[in-house]
Design a protein around this ligand. Structure first.
Ligand code: 6R9
Length: 638
């Protein structure tokens, strides 16, 4: 079965797109009429990109969980909502039907209530990929609490920063998480974070790994005990709180080119409408399809396309606890085979990594159920695209190359599976309602085919509303570079047919294995090492990760000075401690000086070229203060 707003042909896409641009308000009002509202909106859209403010479906009242769960119960109650595949293939998988999900979410909402959580409170979730994470996310949304999910690869210090920034009062975590051959000590990391966060009132701990953990009386409680309390009290399933369209739904931290990560805020109505619309249309989802997005819920892809988009569409969404290479590089294909997966959505870095194992892991795996393949997170190189197409899709599955960002809430540029044409390495066309454009360095819009900085001229329903606690930062980051436009930070090419190819970030943000990492953040962490004077971090092409982290470091410490490798490991350990293992530098080169301009600015452009091995072609170096520094760095290149 399909959806009334599902686009069925390229011709129809063109018509729908045209209407969405000519009459955006009517267009989105029609889409929104497919949802369950407690009260309809007074106005579809109010917007201002100059003094940034956007409001969608103003005046409407709703709860997103009624749309993700309650409204499906009558027809889909016994259908699987979530299929969970554990890290260890020998452990049994779990299936939660929509009825199960309703029971568990309403029950856990009561747990939150009993623990004093109220509408508007911020709840931080630091959990592994188990169904309880999705349950906790939805329970927060049901009670109207703002969730802030933190990915399990962040350090205690990063957690503490996020807790402080969001004024969180509650934490939901697990004793630990299984990821491949590793156990991640989640609760212990939370304990470390809480040493500097005495404002946290309650930590709810869900059992997963049975790792020994500390439990502090009056602060820490077990998930399972709290559920028992709710059962003993025989509390009725918790009703959903009535939310305003523009009430915040969640905060998700993401890296930018400067300083600390920012808390991207998404709100209830627009986010719901757009994630649902884009999910149904990009993947061409048909009721009954088994859909598998391999992302972690700690990232935006997991929020929008494991939880909210699929569940609001009554889909069956998979959650996978583990990693693509555990117990071996055939794991994704085992999962596709075992669960008869129809739609697979993953990242180029995973594809490249699995590609490197050759054909062996594919042997004997039945992938014939696959209909649609998706890619997200970074540009997909043609080699990976063709491998994905031939080996996984057997040449019969459209590949959707979906471009979007944490700040966008949902996919903005992508082909629609089987409906609009694909082009290897190209994200292709904007979704209905999305108005991209390319700008040159002078701030002039580029017409026709060309290359420039990717911007948006008009808001879509799930556009970022603010950066938590600092609206000025939001305005400055996204709406000041090009007046009256949203600036993505990405560069792109456009062909004569209006297709877009995203070339990558044009700012100081790296994309390592599909994870966004700010170079300034990594530099700040390296500079905290006692022997480091100064550092500069740039990206370089990495075969599997897309980009690797290359650090140039001025070191004057005396300790272990004769053992460069040990110093490198100390620096790496420092970065892991401050940010987390995802930001570890791949290469650390010790240098005597950094190339600077006369005004003292590091010339990263030059360092980037050196890291990319393009030492012959450094471009204009006339503003360099000391050209000798560059020669020295070139000689020491790793
Ligand atoms: C969804 C997500 C956003 C950055 C974005 C861009 C890169 C994402 C891409 C892509 C080329 C694609 N990116 N999808 N680049 N083609 N299909 O990844 O969000 O973590 O915020 O990262 O990822 O550089 O600016 P987020």
């Amino acid at each position: 079965m399909s959806y009334s707003y599902q686009i069925n042909s390229f011709e129809q896409y063109k018509e729908v797109y045209e209407r969405s641009i000519q009459q955006p308000q009517n267009f989105w009002a029609d889409i929104a009429s497919n949802f369950q509202w407690r009260r309809k909106w007074d106005k579809v859209l109010d917007w201002n990109f100059e003094d940034y403010k956007v409001e969608w479906f103003k005046g409407a009242k709703l709860n997103i969980t009624e749309n993700c769960i309650d409204r499906h119960l009558e027809k889909l109650g016994n259908k699987p909502a979530i299929i969970w595949e554990p890290n260890n293939p020998d452990e049994h998988h779990r299936v939660l039907t929509y009825n199960d999900l309703y029971n568990k979410v309403t029950q856990f909402t009561n747990v939150l209530k009993n623990n004093g959580v109220k509408k508007g409170d911020c709840v931080c979730l630091y959990m592994g990929m188990i169904p309880e994470l999705a349950i906790a996310v939805l329970a927060c949304a049901r009670i109207g609490a703002i969730h802030s999910v933190i990915f399990g690869g962040f350090s205690a210090k990063s957690i503490a920063d996020r807790l402080q920034d969001a004024n969180a009062r509650f934490i939901i975590t697990c004793d630990g998480a299984f990821r491949g051959g590793k156990d991640i000590p989640l609760k212990s990391l939370i304990d470390d974070a809480l040493e500097s966060c005495d404002f946290i009132e309650r930590v709810i701990v869900c059992t997963r790994t049975r790792t020994p953990i500390s439990m502090i009386k009056g602060r820490d409680v077990w998930w399972e005990d709290e559920i028992k309390k709710v059962e003993t009290l025989a509390m009725a399933p918790a009703p959903a709180e009535e939310m305003d369209a523009e009430d915040p739904l969640f905060i998700l931290y993401t890296s930018g080119s400067t300083g600390k990560p920012k808390g991207v805020v998404h709100t209830c109505a627009g986010y719901m409408v757009y994630t649902n619309y884009s999910f149904v249309n990009v993947f061409n989802y048909k009721l009954g399809d088994i859909y598998f997005c391999t992302a972690d819920i700690g990232w935006i892809t997991g929020h929008s396309y494991i939880v909210y988009g699929p569940l609001s569409a009554g889909a069956t969404t998979m959650m996978f606890e583990g990693i693509p290479t555990f117990p071996d590089a055939g794991r994704f294909w085992d999962i596709v085979d075992k669960h008869r997966v129809n739609i697979l959505y993953t990242a180029p870095t995973a594809i490249r990594s699995l590609m490197s194992y050759g054909d062996e892991p594919l042997k004997g795996k039945d992938l014939s159920t696959l209909k649609v393949l998706g890619s997200v997170g970074e540009p997909i190189n043609e080699e990976a695209w063709h491998w994905y197409d031939e080996k996984i899709g057997k040449g019969k599955c459209p590949i959707v190359d979906t471009w979007w960002q944490t700040e966008n809430g949902g996919i903005l540029i992508s082909n629609l599976a089987g409906i609009t044409p694909s082009k290897p390495g190209w994200a292709t066309l904007p979704l209905p309602g999305v108005q991209p454009c390319l700008m040159d360095e002078q701030g002039k819009e580029i017409e026709g085919a060309g290359t420039g900085n990717l911007c948006m001229k008009f808001p879509w329903p799930s556009i970022i509303r603010t950066t938590f606690g600092d609206h000025e930062r939001c305005k400055k980051t996204y709406f000041s570079t090009y007046p009256n436009h949203y600036f993505s930070g990405d560069g792109a090419m456009r062909d004569e047919n209006g297709n877009y190819k995203i070339t990558g970030r044009v700012d100081d943000v790296l994309n390592v294995s599909g994870h966004r990492i700010g170079t300034a953040e990594v530099e700040n962490a390296i500079n905290l090492h006692a022997g480091v004077v100064e550092s500069a971090v740039v990206g370089y092409p990495h075969e599997i990760k897309g980009q690797g982290i290359y650090a140039f470091v001025i070191y004057n410490g005396t300790h272990n000075a004769d053992d460069e490798d040990l110093i490198r490991r100390d620096i790496t350990a420092t970065v892991t401690r401050i940010i987390g293992p995802i930001s570890k530098p791949d290469k650390i080169q010790f240098v005597k000086g950094l190339p600077k301009t006369r005004s003292g600015k590091i010339m990263r452009r030059i360092l980037r070229k050196i890291a990319e091995n393009e030492t012959e072609n450094l471009g204009d170096t006339s503003s360099l203060l000391d050209a000798g520094v560059v020669d020295e760095i070139k000689k020491g290149k790793l």
